[in-house]
Design a protein. Sequence first.
Length: 107
Amino acid sequence: MRSEPNLVIQNMNQVYSMSSIYIEKLKTVNLVLKNTQGAEALVKQYETKLCEEDPLTADKSNIENLMGTLKQWRSEVDEKREVFHSLEDELQKAKAISDQMFKTHKE
């Protein structure tokens, strides 16, 4: 008779453990999505800038101006690199939680 309540308690503990892991997974996925959207917006911003540039001509001053513009954009992107680092960090967390879920589920 006592083994049945213990079994129920054990099963409830497993359910609680898995639900806690799933909640963490959902929170991490949410952060990954937000960081992905931030990175995508940044990429689209510079993609648009590139598309709006005038066609390149063989004029030396035009080429130098474009090189200056590209260097400026590169500096801007480097300043915003944290967006991509945050995305990488959240992806690592998501992988760790997935591994934990797999391990817990196997048990």
